[in-house]
Design a protein around this ligand. Structure first.
Ligand SMILES: O=C(O)CCC(=O)C(=O)O
Length: 176
């Protein structure tokens, strides 16, 4: 895990990668954030209520990924060592296209148009049997519709891997 910070807990930081998706992401900065303003915390609570069941424990802190306009994410399945059964991502700023491809049946695929402010949830088969990726600008089409890529920020909540002890069960991230 490569870590460096600018601006302490508030800063977006590194040009490296956190452990669960090492090498998959290009043209990005990222950070893990555990302290949020009250307004942001209220949004995170809505995300968590929509995406996770009450019994699930969330990984804390929350992953924030800042993709530059030319940045992209190669197909990958998040490691079960670092991520549990649910991944929920809030997309901000630029629209983008997420493609899911079945890892055993590459002919089985689908694409999601991620508008700013939209939430996607990967669980069940989508979480474990399909890779996910964010298309680079040149390939960024949703059907026939061109989806030009600008800077995109995503806020990603994950459940804890099964068998890992809860850090703060059921608790949303603390406010700043
Ligand atoms: O930016 C996103 O919404 C997806 C991030 C992702 O693929 C990951 O962190 O595994």
């Amino acid at each position: 895990m490569l870590r460096a910070s600018a601006g302490g807990d508030e800063g977006l930081v590194i040009a490296g990668s956190l452990t669960w998706n090492s090498g998959a992401i290009h043209g990005f900065r990222e950070t893990e954030k555990s302290r949020w303003s009250e307004a942001s915390r209220a949004i995170l609570q809505r995300v968590q209520a929509a995406a996770f069941s009450p019994g699930q424990t969330l990984l804390s802190p929350v992953h924030v990924l800042d993709l530059e306009p030319r940045g992209y994410i190669k197909p990958h399945v998040d490691s079960i060592k670092f991520c549990g059964a649910t991944i929920a991502g809030l997309s901000l700023l630029s629209p983008s296209v997420m493609r899911l491809v079945h890892t055993q049946e590459p002919g089985e695929w689908l694409e999601l148009l991620l508008e700013p402010g939209s939430l996607y949830v990967l669980r069940g088969s989508a979480r474990y049997d399909f890779s996910h990726e964010i298309l680079r600008d040149e390939e960024s089409f949703f059907g026939a519709r061109r989806v030009p890529r600008g800077r995109r920020i995503s806020v990603i909540c994950r459940s804890l891997p099964e068998g890992m002890g809860p850090e703060e069960p059921g608790q949303p991230p603390p406010a700043c």
